[in-house]
Write a protein that binds this ligand. Structure first.
Ligand code: NAP
Length: 294
């Protein structure tokens, strides 16, 4: 267990991860390690509430002087109703994963998932002009799909269990980016996936398949060495999909990297002017995972 070297007092600024179930969130681990490294008088805790008391919970956080919150499943969409302002990117995505409670009592909604996905990929390869296969069409997929538009990818194929959601997301991306990206919704079937993979450079799994399990939607025989695979699922650290990708020599990006980049962006929003360290957060996360607590 990491030991805090700094004290908590009456002036400590409180931040929280907020959702229905936050007990297993890695956000307190990475943010507290970063706060300690930055030398700021801040602490990061877990808070939860039932869906029926969401408004009371948000207003309560504001009233109690909580400075910021990381919003997780299942409140990323509903929480938008209680923000006094939502930045453009979060509005386009239709989901907020970060809330900033300001001194003037305004509650600002942001989305840091989108940019974080690109930062994780751009460390490994360029995105412009590439062909993307996005698995899933849920909240995280929406953020990442919009970011692929910003990164000027050539084509975006979205495969989802519920096909209607993939169709809708493809239409939104085409409209937002003026049909400059070729989008295609497909069913989550082996035949359709194999076909789509023929022209794929980057695979991004945003489904919860593989989370705390050994399941995978793609196996090594469907992948190639010239591909890059990002699995945004981060428990386990090395998902089955990433193991399959490694078997064929594809480049792999763990979801933990995206988690850290979105946390870095959150601290920049909340604390203005700070430069959080990726390395500090990554070490804390690995220590937590290797400690067998996940
Ligand atoms: P969500 O909105 O609930 O979306 C879940 C997606 O997974 C949907 O597309 C859903 O398909 C699909 N899915 C669920 N079970 C499936 C199954 N058995 N077979 C096929 N598809 C299935 O959740 P989310 O917020 O997007 O989060 C998804 C995952 O990403 C979670 O594991 C979360 O922890 C992770 N995440 C990671 C980061 C990071 O920074 N690394 C950030 C955000 C989220 P349907 O539409 O058909 O239901």
């Amino acid at each position: 267990m990491r030991k805090r070297r700094w004290k908590i007092d009456g002036q400590t600024k409180v931040f929280a991860v907020f959702g229905q179930s936050v007990r297993h969130s890695l956000s307190p681990t990475i943010h507290n390690a970063s706060f300690e490294d930055l030398g700021v008088n801040c602490v990061f805790i877990g808070l939860s509430s039932s869906q029926y008391r969401l408004e009371t919970a948000i207003k309560g956080m504001a009233e109690l002087g909580i400075k910021g919150a990381a919003i997780i499943i299942p409140y990323k969409v509903e929480v938008m109703k209680y923000c006094t302002e939502i930045d453009l990117m979060a509005r386009q995505i239709g989901a907020v994963n970060t809330i900033e409670f300001r001194e003037d009592h305004s509650i600002i909604g942001h989305n840091t998932d989108a940019e974080a996905s690109a930062r994780a990929i751009l460390e490994v390869r360029p995105m412009e002009g590439s062909h993307i296969l996005l698995l899933g069409a849920g909240g995280a997929a929406r953020a990442i799909a919009f970011q692929t538009g910003i990164e000027r990818v050539k084509s975006l194929t979205i495969a989802n269990r519920t096909l209607d959601k993939a169709v809708e997301l493809c239409e939104q991306i085409s409209d937002t980016f003026d049909h400059q990206i070729k989008t295609k919704p497909i069913a989550l079937s082996i035949v359709e996936l194999k076909h789509a993979l023929r022209q794929t450079d980057i695979v991004i799994n945003t489904t919860s398949v593989g989370m705390d399990s050994k399941d995978t939607l793609l196996t090594s025989n469907m992948l190639r060495p010239d591909m890059t695979v990002l699995d945004i699922v981060y428990t386990p650290y090395q998902t089955k999909l990433l193991q399959e990708a490694e078997k064929v020599g594809a480049k792999t990006i763990p979801g933990a990297n995206m988690l850290i980049y979105q946390a870095i962006e959150q601290e920049r929003i909340w604390l203005k002017g700070v430069k959080p360290s990726f390395k500090v957060m990554k070490n804390a996360l690995m220590e937590e995972l290797e400690g067998g607590r996940r």
